[in-house]
Design a protein around this ligand. Structure first.
Ligand code: DC
Length: 231
């Protein structure tokens, strides 16, 4: 179907960016890339190896030992995040990583290291990437940009349900305060803060189901692809 585009999905923590991005990618036959997972892998690597932010700034070559890849599972329906060949998909989602990742993602050399890889992954287009700076910094020329948000309490409740359904012990208040703290750090950092790109479409999904969001975003994506096809 015509020319392939880049769909950039940015927004606040835990507002369903990944779910929406996966849905669009599946429907369009595009690759889905979770850029937040890449920041989480770096965080995991630093914690495991006892590297502080100061250590990384003093010697950015430490980052060169981190190889991130997305490997499809046996069923062929899910990409697991790998760190140097190890499947760390579950490990990078835990609260310990969530507590440290926003701070670590304020570091310039870490952002440069990851943005370079994200641009490489999208160089042939045909990708849906979600994050905080995809439409502003990573792919300012993305053909479709969506900026997602939802009420913090609603985001915390969804996250709480998701974790408890998986059998993970979760605490609603801890989740809510982590979300608020990450919103604050992500939106106020000096390098690539979370802001809505001028040409992004805002999507507040406080009162929307996943299906409604997917349907709407897919209509936008198909509209953009169609417009390029008839150029
Ligand atoms: O999407 P997530 O919650 O997994 O992202 C984890 C953290 O990584 C988030 O708090 C901020 C950071 N991040 C970023 O700075 N830029 C991105 N493109 C994606 C994530």
């Amino acid at each position: 179907m015509g020319r392939k585009i880049i769909v950039a999905i940015d927004g606040h923590s835990s507002c369903g960016k990944g779910t929406l991005a996966k849905n669009i990618a599946r429907e369009l036959g595009y690759m889905f890339i979770d850029s937040g997972a890449m920041y989480r892998v770096v965080t995991l690597y630093m914690i495991r190896n006892h590297f502080s932010i100061k250590d990384i700034i003093a010697d950015p070559s430490i980052l060169e030992d981190i190889r991130i890849s997305f490997e499809i599972n046996e069923q062929g329906d899910f990409y697991n995040t790998h760190l140097n060949g190890e499947n760390v998909e579950m490990l990078i989602r835990n609260m310990e990583i969530s507590k440290h990742v926003s701070k670590i993602s304020t570091v310039d050399v870490i952002r440069e290291f990851l943005v370079r890889q994200q641009r490489e992954l999208g160089k042939n287009r045909g990708v849906v990437m979600d994050g905080r700076d995809i439409g502003t910094i990573v792919f300012p020329d993305a053909e479709l940009k969506i900026f997602m948000t939802a009420q913090p309490e609603v985001r915390a409740q969804r996250r709480y349900l998701e974790l408890t359904e998986k059998g993970v012990n979760a605490d609603y208040d801890e989740i809510l305060s982590n979300i608020l703290e990450r919103d604050q750090i992500d939106s106020t950092r000096a390098n690539s803060p979370l802001v809505q790109a001028k040409d992004a479409i805002a999507l507040n999904n406080t009162d929307m189901t996943r299906e409604e969001q997917a349907r709407l975003a897919l209509t936008w994506a198909k509209g953009v692809i169609q417009a390029y096809a008839s150029e």
